[in-house]
Design a protein around this ligand. Structure first.
Ligand code: FE
Ligand code: FE
Ligand code: ZN
Length: 296
């Protein structure tokens, strides 16, 4: 049985911009995708082309990708939490504002942001900095910022639902949401094996209506490890069944699920096979070998 789902993965954003990303997503059998507007680890960005945007929209229409299921991810080097060096903090804010306007140009509704790391600051001060920055960045005509749940690696903020709740409440606009990352939640100490209980807790604290994206990843580490190392589906501590259940959870049926699992041998993208396995609701015990055989 093939199930109708919103499923994709993170893809590149190359010279063909959104068109190239959409082509890559379609080649994996995805009907959703997530991209960075350039390299995730730097802030060098090219001018966006109106023509490529038009072509991307036509291509997506032909291939059943709705723009609401296309997500942008802000580069992870920006840090809204630390203002010890005011120029850097201001740069992060200005850069994110530009990212929002790039999303607006492309018609993207959601941009995922890592809240930031305290690096030497008191945690409560760091969280206040994030809130202040978000207030300056959020534009109610632009894409909605989705705060990603973090693993709590180093001094990362946003690794508990209470911290995410505090940020949302104090930013004080409905124009903010949450991106759940299953690897990060596991590493932060939330039991993904009992996802319904987790969702109940989330609903009581924050509200399910705030969830607009799920990063579906297995984890290399045990629950509460605070590590943040993603693993391919079924090969980590969450396991295939748990991820399949999260993927199929009726409460999240309208939310795009995005794979951010690692390439095999750093060379071969796993997404075509992981997507097929999820869509067919069938664990593939030969996942790695199938991927290598296909790309080699
Ligand atoms: Fe992320
Ligand atoms: Fe993620
Ligand atoms: Zn991660």
């Amino acid at each position: 049985m093939v199930i109708k789902v919103i499923l994709g993965c993170h893809v590149n954003f190359n010279n063909e911009q959104l068109l190239g990303s959409a082509k890559q997503a379609v080649s994996y059998g995805a009907n959703a995708f997530m991209f960075y507007t350039g390299a995730p680890q730097n802030t060098v960005r090219k001018e966006l082309s109106e023509d490529l945007k038009k072509q991307a929209y036509a291509y997506m229409k032909e291939n059943g990708i709705e723009i609401k299921n296309v997500i942008c991810h802000a580069p992870y080097i920006i840090n809204l939490a630390n203002n010890k060096e005011p120029e850097k903090w201001n740069f992060s804010i200005q850069f994110l504002k530009q990212e929002l306007s790039r999303c607006k140009f492309l018609g993207i509704s959601y941009i995922v942001v890592h809240p930031g790391s305290a690096v030497g600051l008191d945690r409560s001060v760091a969280i206040t900095n994030i809130i202040d920055a978000l207030k300056l960045i959020i534009d109610e005509d632009g894409p909605m910022i989705l705060l990603e749940t973090m693993a709590g690696k180093g001094s990362e903020c946003g690794c508990t639902l209470e911290e995410i709740k505090e940020m949302i409440e104090k930013v004080g606009t409905k124009y903010i949401g949450v991106c759940l990352d299953t690897c990060h939640l596991n590493d932060a100490g939330y039991n993904m094996q009992d996802f319904d209980t987790f969702l109940k807790e989330f609903d009581q604290l924050i509200g399910l209506e705030y969830i607009h994206c799920v990063h579906l990843n297995d984890s290399k580490n045990i629950c509460g490890s605070h590590k943040d190392r993603h693993e391919n589906l079924g090969l980590g501590t969450l396991g295939y069944e748990t991820l399949q259940k999260i993927f199929m959870n009726p409460k999240l049926k309208d939310v795009p699920k995005i794979l951010e699992t690692p390439y095999i041998d750093k060379l071969y993208p796993p997404y075509k096979f992981e997507i097929a396995s999820l869509k067919e609701n069938k664990y593939n015990p030969n996942l790695i070998q199938d991927i290598i055989d296909f790309y080699k």
